[in-house]
Design a protein around this ligand. Structure first.
Ligand code: NDP
Length: 326
């Protein structure tokens, strides 16, 4: 038997609970992993609370991230005792996930635990941090270098935002953070932001084009926030868009794109090819100040997962949440 969070949906409604499950219930897969740590991302919170259509099959064990040790494997790349990492691939959405002491997965979804990280540190970063790295790499690939000017990060006190601020600051960018929580300003300047702007400046419908301010941007919000970010980009700037914390809509015009040559770079972490994942984790090992992770991450146990998911949906959590499943 092992402990897990289980989401069910039936005549009695949509609910999540902590349960003891039998190993025989695990889905098919060629690698069984003893999970050391998982995390709580925004997507996990959507799944657990049922506030977004994340879960595609019931019952479902949520959890899109894990770090752990291979218990048994028939996959050629992994053997018992290997330290492994998983982010995404529909795990916790369509395949039983990582908020559990055990998971059975496809070996093709796993990568070796990146050098330089303990399992806990890898989960302090988690999908949110790896996505922040993908956003930064996208800005670099589009020529956004530190000398081009200020770079904006929205939802800055959240998981993706916190890691993006820390990464960009370490890489020498002038980072301006956007947050709906003025009380987190000191936290954000501690991560390296040189200024913090209120979310309200971006949250309402704005002009198609505004003053040219930002050389690059990482946006986790979507909706009016993303539209206003695009409208404030400098000529030739790039916005890496990865999230929908404000909404999935994009009430924008084409003006920033056709008059200023702005690039909107879409970022998906879930189905990202293995080579990109290995590159991103290698870059995290090099470019993230691990000392900052202490301020970014907090730890909970499996028993606190359901209540904490509710707090994430209320936007009351700061940074990243690591789950010690044991
Ligand atoms: P968090 O919940 O940790 O952070 C989200 C942050 O967004 C909040 O902390 C808050 O920051 C801000 N926010 C909340 N509500 C609103 C709002 N109504 N308008 C504007 N900003 C808001 O989530 P994550 O960092 O884990 O994820 C952020 C987004 O990125 C989510 O939408 C998630 O689904 C998406 N994502 C996408 C991935 C991909 O592969 N494309 C991978 C990972 C995440 P503050 O209080 O500072 O304003």
């Amino acid at each position: 038997m092992f402990e897990a969070i289980l989401i069910e949906k039936d005549d009695a409604g949509y609910r999540a609970s902590r349960r003891a499950l039998d190993e025989a219930q695990l889905p098919e897969g060629d690698v069984t992993v003893k999970v050391a740590y998982s995390t709580l991302n925004y997507k996990d919170a959507l799944a657990i609370t049922g506030k977004g259509p994340v879960v595609r099959r019931f019952p479902m064990v949520p959890g899109i991230d894990l770090a752990g040790t291979v218990e048994s494997s028939s996959h050629p790349d992994f053997k018992a005792g290997d330290a492994v990492l998983l982010n995404g691939w529909g795990v916790g959405e369509a395949h039983w996930g990582a908020l559990a002491q055990k998971a059975r997965l496809k070996g093709d979804w796993l990568i070796p635990l990146p050098a330089g990280f303990t399992p806990r540190q890898a989960m302090e970063i988690g999908t949110a941090g790896y996505t922040a790295m993908l956003c930064v790499i996208a800005l670099e690939k589009h020529g956004v270098t530190p000398d081009r000017g200020e770079v904006l990060v929205t939802g800055a006190a959240g998981g993706v935002g916190s890691v993006a601020v820390a990464l960009l600051a370490k890489l020498g960018y002038e980072v301006v953070a956007v947050s709906g929580r003025p009380e987190e300003a000191e936290y954000l300047t501690g991560l390296g932001a040189k200024a913090v702007l209120p979310r309200a400046e971006f949250a309402s419908p704005g002009k198609p084009l505004g003053r040219e301010r930002w050389a690059g941007a990482v946006d986790v919000a979507g909706s009016h926030v993303l539209a206003n970010v695009c409208a404030g980009m400098k000529y030739g700037g790039t916005v890496a868009a990865c999230g929908l914390a404000a909404g999935a809509d994009l009430p924008a015009t084409v003006m920033p794109f056709i008059l200023r040559g702005v690039t909107l770079a879409g970022i998906d972490s879930v189905m990202r090819p293995k080579a990109d994942r290995v590159e991103a984790w290698g870059r995290l090992a090099r470019d993230l100040d691990l000392a900052k992770l202490g301020a970014i991450a907090s730890e909970i146990g499996l028993g606190e997962v359901i209540a904490t998911a509710g707090r994430i949906m209320e936007g009351r959590l700061r940074g990243r949440v690591v789950v010690d499943v044991n």
